[in-house]
Design a protein around this ligand. Structure first.
Ligand code: BGC
Length: 379
């Protein structure tokens, strides 16, 4: 169905919803009155739709597989779909899921502002919606949000740089190149502001210098250095451009990268320019503990990653799904931070964690916890 048709259907669905006057803000939810609820058997199980953004990033494959496994073990059937980072494709997948009357939709959105019309269709059928990892904006038809503390992710990256460089002790100046995530991902602004709130004061004092001039004047300016679709190749060519244009006679000392996919591209660019690990390789931050990046950490090409154990997110979301289906009170721990422009979405926040490139730290965090096998990392 075209976007235009989607909007018309959604408008009709939205109007129907207004007529029945459903309350969208409660932390508990009665799905048994929905059109899909029926027998006791259905209440014990039923279909759960899971929409993930892309298979191209390791984390989303892990997220989808883990959540699907948990839900199946709990007696649900699942429809797990990946949308190749294409907004239209995700909308079509959601429409197909809605046609099958799932109990709950779990959605890691591609563009957090594009799902209002399709979620109105879900709401009209009393299908509950959980925003997974990324907030869905501009609609009241999202019931819950589960994520890691996104501001904290950025803050941990900023604090890591602050402490590695001795910025609190007045050291500097150091050459910094900052990057930000995809402008259509609501998380990216939290990552950036968490980091920039730590680092900008040092830019203002001259302890951090940004030779490319790509230092956002404020948190709100982050989209100017955002990398669309979180693409490694785009980050790589952006880093190539900065190094070619501004670093003929100097070295970059630190790169603020919001996640591992960008870090990978940046590291490839540094490699190509002849930077050497253990010699003049800059501090590079990351997020997700993707396997390729952890391997780079082990050879000194990435300094840290902010690890979000996606298994704990899946565990939490599976629990929320079950609570929704059983009409129990849904566990949340933040009811004030995540305002999506239409409502404050009740949220469960999990804590992110720094893993440094120290081998013992990697082993303790990522191998002992069974996130990776030692052999996967070449350990
Ligand atoms: C997620 C990150 C991920 C990025 C790119 C963000 O929304 O929170 O973990 O690195 O998307 O997929």
């Amino acid at each position: 169905m075209s976007l235009r048709k989607t909007q018309i259907v959604a408008a009709v669905a939205g109007a129907a919803l207004l007529l029945v006057g459903t309350s969208a803000c409660s932390s508990t939810r009665d799905t048994t009155s929905g059109t899909t609820a029926g027998s006791t058997a259905a209440a014990a199980g039923g279909l759960i739709g899971i929409a993930m953004p892309t298979k191209s990033l390791e984390r989303w494959n892990n997220d989808g597989a883990h959540l699907e496994e948990l839900l199946k073990a709990a007696g649900y059937t699942t429809s797990l779909q990946y949308a190749d980072n294409k907004v239209e494709q995700q909308i079509t997948q959601l429409q197909n899921m809605i046609n099958q009357n799932p109990k709950v939709l779990v959605i890691a959105s591609i563009d957090g502002t594009a799902l209002g019309p399709v979620l109105a269709q879900a709401k009209a059928k009393k299908i509950a919606v959980i925003a997974y990892d990324r907030l869905i904006n501009g609609t009241a038809d999202v019931d819950y949000y589960a994520t890691f503390d996104n501001y904290k992710v950025g803050q941990l990256q900023g604090q890591f740089i602050e402490s590695k460089l001795g910025l609190k002790d007045g050291k500097g100046p150091f050459n910094l190149e900052p990057f930000a995530g995809s402008p259509d991902d609501n998380n990216a602004k939290f990552f950036f502001s968490g980091a920039w709130d730590v680092l900008k004061p040092y830019v203002d004092k001259g302890q951090l210098v940004v030779p490319s001039g790509k230092a956002p004047a404020s948190d709100a300016d982050w989209t100017k250095i955002g990398i669309q679709g979180w693409k490694s190749e785009t980050a790589q060519s952006e880093m190539d451009n900065r190094l070619n244009s501004f670093y003929q006679d100097k070295k970059v000392n630190v790169v603020l990268s919001p996640n591992d996919s960008l870090a990978l591209g940046i590291e490839q660019s540094l490699d190509a320019k002849g930077y050497k690990a253990g010699a003049d390789w800059p501090i590079v931050t990351g997020q997700d503990a993707d396997k390729a990046n952890v391997k780079n950490m082990l050879v000194g090409k990435q300094s840290m990653t902010v690890w979000k154990d996606t298994r704990t997110l899946g565990d939490q979301v599976a629990k929320m799904v079950d609570q929704i289906v059983k009409s129990e009170k849904v566990t949340v721990n933040d009811e004030k931070t995540y305002d999506n422009g239409k409502k404050v979405v009740p949220t469960f926040l999990l804590p992110p964690q720094v893993v440094t490139n120290d081998k013992a730290d990697i082993t303790k965090s990522l191998v002992d916890s069974k996130f990776y096998k030692a052999a996967d990392l070449g350990l």
